[in-house]
Design a binder for this molecule. Structure first.
Ligand code: HPA
Ligand code: ZN
Length: 324
């Protein structure tokens, strides 16, 4: 690992907290909660981390998170992530959680939000690591179910900065969620959505025009649509790109083909993020390193990507100035 990367202060804007569940913790929580797993041991579970596409990952991801039951489980999960992020010199995080993946199993939303929030608060107090929390709707479920979740989250409104949209992209376009995004906007939530990961560039346009999001998660399909790229550059719409995720889910064939630097040099506000690091082979520094080693990114380019993260985050201008 180059010292340039390890010492670079970073901001993480695309991280699913359930995607930080390491195999060791899956087994520890299964023991603590009296759950029997389908896998013999950690190495058998790790062997299942071979993904053909987004859906084959999601199947393993939703299965793994079934060991998360209590407030303490969500605290421990989040704290373990924050320890790793802080060690990677991450100074601010904006993290997703999937409420429906837990309430659908009978876990109270209060336990989920409280456990995550308690860990975020502890990191702020101990290290000055700041954070925002984003509630993400599962797009393979209906818009009515997203509305139920939005309603259900009202008691936790103060802990939630924004809403997002994740899970299976193909066949679940942004337009499916236009009403619930309008309602969330009325309630003052900030809006982001996954778009253009496996789905077409048109989903990025729809997320901007119909959902009115301020930031696109992934968005790498923009590379196929030069007019859209020009617009994203012109409006400085941030893309929260996840290099190792794109590689593991076969969005790209090799890191050498990743569009990150083309997007950067076309003037887009592209940022580096780890998505589901327990499943995709690395946290923030590993993603920067993949760009350096696999794509040949220079220190100057890596610095610009890190600065874009600061530009794209939801801190105040005064707080951002401290990070740069
Ligand atoms: N894409 C869509 N949904 C997800 C992802 C992702 O990369 N990670 C967790 N849920
Ligand atoms: Zn994601």
């Amino acid at each position: 690992m180059s010292t340039f990367i390890s010492e670079l202060p970073k901001v993480e804007l695309h991280l699913h907290i359930e995607g930080t569940l390491e195999p060791e913790m899956v087994f520890a929580l299964a023991r603590r909660n009296g759950i029997t797993l389908d896998y013999q041991d950690e190495s058998a579970l790790k062997a299942a981390y071979q993904f053909a596409d987004l859906q084959s990952f999601l199947d393993v991801y939703y299965q793994g998170m079934q060991v998360l039951l209590t407030e303490q489980d969500f605290f421990d999960l989040t704290w373990a992530y924050l320890v790793r992020a802080y060690a990677d010199r991450v100074r601010h995080v904006e993290i997703f959680f999937d409420p429906q993946a837990h309430t659908g199993r009978g876990v109270p939303l209060a336990a989920v939000v409280s456990g995550i929030h308690r860990a975020l608060e502890q990191a702020r107090q101990q290290w000055g690591l700041t954070s925002r929390l984003i509630m993400s709707f599962l797009r393979h479920l209906s818009e009515a179910e997203a509305f139920e979740t939005l309603h259900h989250a009202e008691p936790f409104r103060q802990q939630l900065s924004g809403i997002g949209l994740d899970s299976a992209e193909k066949g679940n376009p942004p337009t499916k969620f236009s009403q619930v995004y309008a309602a969330a906007r009325e309630q003052g939530y900030r809006l982001v959505a996954h778009a253009g990961e496996e789905g077409p560039a048109g989903y990025i346009r729809d997320a901007l025009d119909i959902l009115q999001v301020e930031r696109i998660d992934h968005g790498v399909a923009a590379i196929t649509d030069p007019p859209l790229m020009a617009r994203l550059a012109q409006e400085r719409i941030p893309l929260t790109v996840c290099p190792l995720s794109n590689l593991k889910l076969n969005v790209i064939k090799s890191m050498a083909e990743h569009p990150m630097l083309q997007l950067l040099h076309a003037g887009l506000c592209v940022t580096v993020n780890s998505d589901d690091p327990a499943y995709f082979g690395g946290y923030m520094n590993a993603n920067f390193e993949a760009l350096q080693q696999g794509l040949g990114a220079s220190n100057e380019e890596l610095l610009q990507l890190a600065l874009n993260g600061v530009e794209a985050c939801w801190l105040s201008p005064e707080e951002k100035a401290v990070l740069t």
